[in-house]
Every structure is written in structure tokens, then in C-alpha cells.
Design a protein around this ligand. Structure first.
Ligand code: CA
Length: 506
């Protein structure tokens, strides 16, 4: 197959995406000649577009033309007028419900995980040490280094030790209504499926986030909670942490992987550093893998409110019932208000890198972003950092920021995150593996030892969405099963956990 010059998605589209840099004077269609050099992944007008006429990609209007545009012109972000977001009132639901049997069939139906008493199984066997305040983080980082060096070698079934540090805990308006979001996140992180129900919480002693805000009374014991201010001198403090960790490691070492159904697997999806290819290669491949996972009984969540907002009517159509649609509306409305309170609109996204990658505005970014959700019905909508109560495809409302979405999805219990990128990021999480999927062949060539899956061959006609989606599905199961390691874990490139805190800092 020879590479196409451009990719047009829907018949009604009046723009297409350049597969490679296109020189001025290239005839891309009979009579349509490029008027100027068009950068890779950027939009070309396929016909003359009048002022105020819709610019259509994915079959939807990205906005209207500010001035007349002649066929063959490059369309950049300065040439579109952004319209209104879709209304959140009375969005139709249940119009586009696919049967689970119509989704692509998974090529494997089991994986190897660490079973938990409740909830999804672990993809890793980790000792997670959760701090209640940033003041403890310096001590915990050093303690984790020592635990890894001095204790971990004695416990071959435990894969790693993870410090769950974050900026929350003190100097915050802990009784503010929205404080429930960071508190819920930390509460749920303590019981992440990869930590095997071994609770290890370290506090300073005078912080606002007291143990009773994140643990039930029966779990607040000397076995589970350690307060730095209780210890005389740093050597005793450090020894106490090591002693506690040793006991937890002994129990975690009893865990072993077992063959489990896909219903025990919870996978998160997000994207970052997107470009105009993300929506035609990487995200649809992830969507295909998501469909296979859901068909096999797994739970898959996608997130990123500001990147769904402009396609929300399409998501609502896939909600099974009115209650799910109503929660979707409520989460979107909450975020509209949150942005308005901060004095910004939805045009605060995309980023300069997104725009260089050909994404003109948030409508175009949203249409590409929601492709990662595949085609399954939406079973449940979650507030940030909530745990799902249903299986199948879940919409978990979180900020789109990579480093905030990650901890929110971890708190929701994901055992693995699939991360789609166009521009490239070394992003990773210590508590769960992250598989990175890139949108272009050039990205894979450039970061050959950072990107796990290349979806670029879809753009060049060398592979189909089903090919890459199936390969991704199989890699998800291999990584979840501990058979393969993504690059971010190989190098230990793990981001800090930025807990979402919409409440005031004092
Ligand atoms: Ca993101």
C-alpha cells in the first residue's frame, strides 16, 4: 500500500490532514493544489470555504471560517472562530447503544494478576507508603531508598516499594466542600489494588489531614499508621518506618499471581501531547483495544473533562440510562463553573504543542480524544477519584492534565494506564504500569526506546486500526500479567502524584 497524501475522515469533511509535510504546488485532488507548504498533521482545505461557513472534520463543525479560505490552503488555529459548547440540558441518551456481543472479540480471555479480597485484582505486588502531608515526603523518599536496598531483596514476590507523596494534607481548607476530592483520592490510593490491602500511612503529627479522614476506625492502629513527631531523633524515626515496612513486606510476599478472568482487570486510558494524528491512529487503536477489553468483561475508564466537553453529546448518546447521562451533565457543568471561577474558558486547552501538531482548537482535540473510548455503552460516570461500582466502560471525570488525571485514575483503582501521545512524553506512574502509544511513525523513530506501541502505520496505510488495536490489547494483558515491562518502568521514569485539589489553599 502506498502512503496517502492526506487523510479525510468523513465524506462530509471539507478539510483533511496532511500525512507528511506537503510542498506548495502539490496536486492533492484533481484541481486542488496546495497554495503553500503545509506541515505534517495540519489541515488542508479540500474545497473553497466561505467566511462564516463551518470547517468540518470528523463530520462535525470545528468552528467557522473567519475569512474566506480557498481550496488547497493551510488552515491554522487563527482561521477558525470557536462556537459554543454543546448544551448540557436534556442531552439525548441511549441512542447509540451497541450490544457487547457486537464489539471485537478478545484474542485472550484470562490474565495473571494478584487477587484482592474485593475490587479489581493487582497488576503488580507493591508496598505503597502513603503520606498524609508533604512534610513527611523527604523522610519517606529516603526510607523507600533504604527499604529497597536493605529489605526488598529478602522478599522476592514483592516487586517494588512506592512512596505515595502528594502536595495535599496541610495548609488547606480541609472543611471546604470540594476538599472531598483530594481526601477521597488519598483514601482510595491507600487501598490501591496493587498494594494488596496492606495499609501503611505515615503522618507528621500536626497536619489537618488526620488519619480518621482517610481510614475507618478499625484500621487506625500502630500496625498501619506511623507519626513522625512521636519518635525521638531521626534514627529512631527511620528505624520505626523500616520495621513497619518489614512486617508489611512479609505479608505481601505471600501474594502470587494467578490466572484470572478479564472481569478482574481495571484499565485507564488517557492522552497527552496530542496532535492531529492522535484522533485517527493512536486513540482509535486504544478504542479498539478498549472494545476488546469490555467484550471480555474488563472495566475500562476514560477521563479528561475538557477534552470530552465538546463531544459530550456523543458520549451522552452512549449512556445506558438517564441517571448516567445526568451525572455526565453534572460533572461537565461542575467543570464549566470551575473554569469560569478561575476566569478562563475552554479555550485554555489546547496547548502550544497541540497547536504545532495541527490541532486548531478544543473541538478538534475533543473529537480525537473521545475516540479512545471505543464504541461500547457507558455504564457509569464517576466524580474525580471515585471507585467504579459497575463493570464495562466507565467515564471517570478528571482534569485533562496528564499528571492530575494519572493520580485520579489510580485512586479509582486502575491497574494499568494506556497513554496516547503525538508530541511525546516520558510520563509514567510508580503505582501502576503505563503503556505509551504514539500517533506517528516519526515519533516512534525519534523516541524508539520510550514509546511502547506505534500507531503511525495506520496513517501511512501499512496497518489497520484493528491490527494495532489487537496488538495493544495483547500488550495490555502481557504488561498487566507482569510478562512484559513498558519503557517507563524499565527506566523508572515515574511522575510525581499531583492530587486534584479544587478547594482553597490557606
Ligand atoms: Ca491528559
Amino acid at each position: 500500500m502506498s502512503a496517502p497524501l492526506f487523510i479525510k475522515i468523513k465524506e462530509e469533511d471539507n478539510v483533511a490532514i496532511a500525512v507528511n509535510d506537503l510542498a506548495a504546488g502539490t496536486e492533492i485532488l484533481p484541481g486542488v493544489i496546495t497554495k503553500e507548504d503545509i506541515p505534517q498533521a495540519h489541515k488542508i482545505a479540500l474545497k473553497d470555504i466561505a467566511a462564516d461557513e463551518d470547517i468540518i472534520r470528523y463530520g462535525v463543525s470545528l468552528g467557522t471560517a473567519i475569512n474566506p479560505i480557498t481550496a488547497g490552503s493551510w488552515i491554522n488555529e487563527h482561521m477558525l472562530h470557536l462556537g459554543q459548547s454543546p448544551s448540557l440540558t436534556d442531552m439525548p441518551y441511549g441512542l447509540n447503544i451497541k450490544t457487547i456481543e457486537s464489539l471485537p472479540k478478545p484474542t485472550k480471555t484470562t490474565w495473571l494478576g494478584y487477587r484482592n479480597k474485593t475490587g479489581p485484582a493487582g497488576t503488580r505486588n507493591l508496598l505503597g507508603i502513603v503520606t498524609t502531608v508533604q512534610c513527611a515526603a523527604g523522610v519517606i523518599n529516603r526510607a523507600v531508598e533504604r527499604i529497597k536496598a536493605e529489605l526488598l531483596p529478602k522478599y522476592p514476590n514483592v516487586e517494588d516499594v512506592v512512596a505515595v507523596n502528594h502536595p495535599y494534607g496541610c495548609g488547606v481548607a480541609i472543611n471546604a466542600p470540594e476538599a472531598k476530592v483530594p481526601i477521597r483520592a488519598i483514601t482510595n490510593l491507600v487501598r490501591h489494588p496493587n498494594f494488596g490491602d496492606e495499609i501503611m500511612v505515615v503522618g507528621l503529627g500536626c497536619e489537618k489531614l488526620t488519619y480518621d479522614r482517610i481510614l475507618p476506625p478499625e484500621d487506625i492502629t500502630d500496625e498501619n499508621c506511623l507519626t513522625l513527631q512521636d519518635w525521638k531523633g531521626q534514627a529512631a524515626m527511620m528505624q520505626a518506618i523500616l520495621d513497619m515496612a518489614d512486617k508489611k513486606l512479609q505479608r505481601l510476599n505471600l501474594r502470587t499471581r494467578e490466572e484470572l478472568p478479564l472481569s478482574q482487570l481495571l484499565i485507564g486510558m488517557q492522552c497527552g501531547g496530542s496532535d492531529a494524528f492522535s484522533g485517527i491512529t493512536a486513540n482509535p487503536s486504544a478504542g479498539y483495544a478498549a472494545d476488546m477489553l469490555v467484550r471480555g468483561g474488563a472495566t475500562v475508564m476514560f477521563s479528561e473533562v475538557t477534552e470530552v466537553r465538546d463531544g459530550v453529546h456523543l458520549i451522552a448518546q452512549r449512556c445506558r440510562d438517564a441517571a448516567t447521562r445526568d451525572k455526565l451533565s453534572a460533572e461537565m457543568r461542575w467543570y464549566d463553573d470551575y473554569l469560569a471561577a478561575g476566569g478562563v474558558g475552554r479555550d485554555a486547552n489546547p496547548t502550544p504543542g497541540n497547536k504545532q501538531g495541527g490541532l486548531s482548537n478544543i473541538v478538534e482535540k475533543a473529537m480525537g480524544s473521545i475516540a479512545k473510548s471505543g464504541t461500547a455503552p457507558i455504564e457509569e460516570v464517576l466524580s474525580p477519584a471515585e471507585k467504579p461500582t459497575k463493570q464495562g466502560l466507565i467515564y471517570a471525570a478528571t482534569p485533562a492534565s496528564d499528571i492530575v488525571c494519572g493520580p485520579c485514575q489510580l485512586a479509582s483503582g486502575i491497574g494499568l494506564q494506556v497513554f496516547m501521545t503525538g508530541r511525546g512524553t516520558p510520563y509514567g506512574l510508580a503505582a501502576a504500569p503505563v503503556i505509551k502509544v504514539c500517533s506517528r511513525n516519526e515519533m516512534k523513530e525519534h523516541w524508539f526506546d520510550l514509546i511502547d506501541v506505534n500507531a503511525g502505520p495506520i496513517a501511512t496505510g501499512e496497518a489497520t486500526i484493528a491490527d494495532i488495536g489487537t496488538r495493544l490489547f495483547e500488550l495490555i494483558l502481557d504488561v498487566a500479567s507482569g510478562i512484559k515491562q513498558p519503557y517507563s518502568d524499565l527506566y523508572g521514569y515515574h511522575n510525581d502524584l499531583c492530587i486534584f485539589n479544587p478547594a482553597p489553599i490557606t
